[in-house]
Design a protein around this ligand. Structure first.
Ligand SMILES: [Zn+2]
Length: 385
């Protein structure tokens, strides 16, 4: 990369075309509003607050924005309600892969909790197989539309429930069959990850990978437990690590022991800026810790969390960051390579994605910019003659 192209600020169109990697996205947080309405009609679900797709989309956004946890959680009651049949799961997963691919995502790990899709009689295995089938179908359709994407599933266990070991075993059984790892999610306060130590110890014995939602609503103790008691490979959010970083008035920075450990060990942070603004973990993009964490070279990654509730996409997350922090193509490539390095697929496959897809993709965008600059210069110089 030349110093000349180092600071290129990308346009929204270039951001959309840039290869992107997504590690933290919930399947039940990313449905198309029209799909929710259609499946509800097919399956007889009558609980939707709106049946017009546009109004329903707005309702999700407003409920997530309301600052009320009850309303926020209610949004997932509706999405999960329409994800109870095999056909619905295949469709939702296929559309997820298609939507991500159309947005320029080249690799994604999408998570869901199989235990939340059992009310119409599916077994845990049937849920996993339906979602896998959907992802493969979505990858095929995306390829036919000219977008290559690879999607891996993360199986989530709910913190308040007692099925973590069972779900961890399920993740292990479907390893290499579309499932790439494990996660726990749900309310942090009152449900420390150490409640599920048996699941994490099992996964470690199986040499399997897992991430833990930690350091979103709840602070440093949650991050510390996730890493030092449970052995998480990545932190879902982890944004509260900022509480262990002191910035003095002169701008000098001092890391506490935990923040230093996270940075030294290159623990990936699955940061989700828009989602954090909605849940109050940050008050504005400008004040979001991602700015400082990027500057301090933490292994920061950018993610969507819940595309429907936050009305977002990977491109939109990048756009917010570009607008706020004046990030260049080089910065976006840095976040993307960070994410790819932190994925749960084998090392050689991650490396191939970085060298054969991500780096060439960004190089192409930079050369496009250089070409335009040359064209502008030659036009203006010929105008002077
Ligand atoms: Zn999440």
């Amino acid at each position: 990369m030349t110093s000349e192209t180092q600071g290129v600020i990308p346009t929204p169109d270039q951001i959309r075309r840039a290869p992107k990697v997504l590690l933290h996205d919930h399947l039940d947080g990313g449905l198309r509003p029209a799909t929710i309405v259609e499946i509800a009609a097919q399956t007889g679900y009558e609980g939707l607050p709106e049946t017009d797709p546009e109004k329903l989309g707005m309702w999700f956004r407003e409920a997530a924005d309301s600052g009320s946890l009850e309303r926020y959680l209610e949004t997932f009651a509706h999405t999960c309600a329409v994800m109870q049949t095999r056909d619905a799961l295949v469709r939702v997963a296929a559309e997820c892969a298609e939507d991500l691919a159309a947005d320029g995502v080249v690799y994604a790990e999408v998570r869901y909790a199989p235990e939340q899709h059992l009310t119409a009689g599916l077994s845990l295995e049937e849920v996993v197989e339906a979602v896998n089938e959907g992802f493969r179908e979505g990858e095929r359709r995306a390829l036919a539309a000219g977008h290559r994407i690879r999607v891996g599933a993360l199986l989530t266990a709910m913190r308040h429930a007692a099925r973590a070991l069972e779900i961890a075993e399920l993740a292990n059984r479907y390893r290499d069959l579309g499932v790439v790892g494990f996660d726990i999610a749900g309310a942090e306060a009152g449900y420390p990850p150490t409640r599920h130590l048996d699941a994490f110890e099992y996964l470690k014995r199986e040499n399997n990978h897992f991430t833990i939602h930690a350091g979103e609503a709840f602070g440093l103790p949650s991050i510390w437990q996730a890493l030092q008691w449970c052995g998480a490979d990545r932190l879902g959010h982890g944004v509260r690590i900022i509480d262990d970083i002191d910035v003095a008035e002169d701008g000098s920075v001092k890391l506490g022991r935990l923040a230093a450990y996270v940075r030294d060990k290159r623990i990936p942070l699955e940061l989700c800026p828009s989602s954090n603004l909605q849940t109050g973990a940050a008050s504005s993009y400008a004040e979001h810790p991602i700015g400082l964490l990027r500057r301090l070279h933490f292994r920061a990654t950018v993610n969507t969390d819940n595309r429907l509730m936050s009305d977002t996409s990977m491109s939109r997350e990048f756009e917010h960051l570009v607008r706020t922090f004046r990030y260049s193509l080089a910065d976006l490539q840095w976040f993307t390579v960070n994410a790819m390095k932190s994925a749960f697929i084998p090392f050689d496959e991650r490396l191939a994605m970085i060298n054969e897809v991500i780096k060439p993709g960004y190089a192409e965008l930079r050369s496009e910019w250089l070409f335009q600059q040359t064209a502008v210069t030659s036009t203006s110089s010929s105008g002077n003659v």
